[in-house]
Design a protein around this ligand. Sequence first.
Ligand code: ZN
Ligand code: ZN
Length: 352
Amino acid sequence: MEIAGKMIAAVFHKSSSGGGDIKLEEIDEPIITKKDQVKIRVMACGICGTDLKIASGAHPANDNIILGHEFAGIIEEVGQDIRDLQIGDKVAVDPNEYCGYCTYCRSGYTNLCEYMATGTTFGIFQHGGFAKHCVLPRNALFKLPREFNMTKAALVEPLSCAMHCHNLADVKESDIVAIIGAGPMGLIIESVIKTHPIKKLISIETDDWRREKALELGADHAINPLTQDVGEEIFNLTGGNGADVIIDAVGASETLEMATKIWSYGARVVCFGQDTRAETLLRPNEIVRYQRKILGSYIYNSKDILDAIDLIGSGRLDTSKLITKEIKLENLLLEGFQIMKEKKCVKIIVKP
Ligand SMILES: [Zn+2]
Ligand SMILES: [Zn+2]
């Protein structure tokens, strides 16, 4: 029998009142128990807003699970059935485990998998990347080119989300795009949209640091809804027409309402930010009469991951501006989560 070594991991401990504690503790290294599994040495894992939500109880997670779902690594060991991957290969992880045989999976919408809805995500419901090692099924892994930068590889997951959103928004060169919310995901979506020529990009954000960052990443204008009249500003910036594409990267009642006040005829509104408590009233005729679309963007499909890998690998997206800081796993709670709470970051990358 194989003797497992020890490793430090960030483990979630659920409390009975909802939410819980994330603790750094020494646990057994995982070992391969199935023929189709692969063991990786985690090289980088991004901190996500979801990790904070799990701690506060705003997002469900399983008890006793190693968190971290935005990760990539190098293969250390492969199960008996693995033919196409070798020790030393670089891989990015798709943390969303789908079944492959439900109606949605078979229709190409693996992001809507019925099995996934039961809670399967690595780093949320099964062990994830805030540790030196992780054992995953072959299906969760995407092989990366040999020269791929492994810190940037942690961006594959959030960039895949942004790719999916971008594709659904169907952004054209003649479009004026407004992004509501310049948190990490709003900023990453902005960066992806800016890889193609568009007419104008407007960021709408209350936080000063984030508005500055939005401008640095290429937004043409940044509006502060606390001090400016968003409707009036957008009216002036769009020649009175409104924005053609609006990304709601917040997902609150007020932000979707805001979108319906700044939309052009024929506009596409993509709801990206998630808040299960939000409710809003819409006037259907405003959608019908002006042929607008409101649609949701939820995680991504395999093609989005391939596109995200290509976007980073080709250098078409300057990812250096998206990585605010690299930290050691030991500093996850005191430093990483602290910077996240202060909102002064795009991505913090943990190097376990
Ligand atoms: Zn995430
Ligand atoms: Zn499925």
